[in-house]
Design a binder for this molecule. Sequence first.
Ligand SMILES: Cc1cc2nc3c(=O)[nH]c(=O)nc-3n(C[C@H](O)[C@H](O)[C@H](O)COP(=O)(O)O)c2cc1C
Length: 358
Amino acid sequence: MWPSNELTSRLGIDVAIIQAPMAGGNTPALSSAVSNAGGLGSLGLGTSSVDDARAQIAEHVKSSNRSLNANFFCHDEPEQTEDRSAAMRARLQPWYDEMELGEVPLPHAPFTTFGAEHVDMLKTLSPKVVSFHFGLPEPDLYQAVRETDAVILASATTVSEARWLEAQGVDAIIAQGLEAGGHRGTFQGADPTAQPGLFALLPQITSAVDLPVIAAGGIVDGRTIAAALALGASAVQIGTAFLLCPEAYVHPAHRKELASARDDGTRLTQLFSGRPARGFRNAYMDTFEPFEADAAPFPTQLSLTGPLRKGAGESRVGDVMSLWSGQSASLIREMPAADLTALLVAETNAQLSRLAKR
Ligand SMILES: Cc1cc2nc3c(=O)[nH]c(=O)nc-3n(C[C@H](O)[C@H](O)[C@H](O)COP(=O)(O)O)c2cc1C
């Protein structure tokens, strides 16, 4: 009963499961295990240098000759960062003092947006799939990616964003519901708290565009995959459920939160990076919650919060680091990525035949 469709054949995969790109959390071991199991392994390379991205893709290719999704960020480069970070730097100073970290530094961007060097890399490495978060690259760069023959995917968090992506000629749209872990892919400035959950967003996007739609947010097992397929998805993109796989790169404090998650443990915040992202609440988020608006522009806020991670030491690091997670983390299971992919397929088949018999 498992669907093969136009999208799965274009992506070169056997099962309609995409392991979500997760910059910082994914590894070539994770992406290659999922690709070898018939799904689509992804590498979130948005926070990597071009050299590091090149090395990660090469590592994937060493372990798998199946499709790979290389994923990049298309954020605006931050401006006036010194002025726009002054309030946040003042608020953080007492924490720096307590951890004996000195003065809060002036902000800097730890990585760049998608640019010409990324295109050069894609021309030589030719991953089968390229996906974008936070919109699309500048038109000339986008055109150059098109010419590599990669299948192009991009995230939408509203119907308006999905329509815009369709007009730019992407091949499929990732409908990212409010449940999703990590950064919202939003790029038209929508209020994150007003964005729809996946149950509302997915059918509205499938009705609004003529492209295949990939469902993302809160999908963790056969029931949730079957629900996404019933709502019109051609495939699912799953992040949080892959974080407990041994192949993922997850700090022990983060792993502990994932393993003991509850349904109401996460919240959206821009306090870590300067853009809204979903993660488990911790002391840092709770303390600075009233000052969300003071966060420095993405991604420079990361350069202000990063030192806290070092200063906190092992015992308190979970209080200050980002602990990205979607809303369904209490249902995720710890097992190797190939086993998880196979289990998700088996559960989905069982769920679909149960529903057919009703
Ligand atoms: C730890 C983590 C990091 C993420 N990083 C990225 C990223 O680099 N690029 C991207 O397109 N999406 C990223 N996402 C969002 C996922 O693509 C996807 O929308 C989300 O994981 C789906 O929700 P779920 O976590 O409930 O499965 C990230 C998600 C998580 C949990």
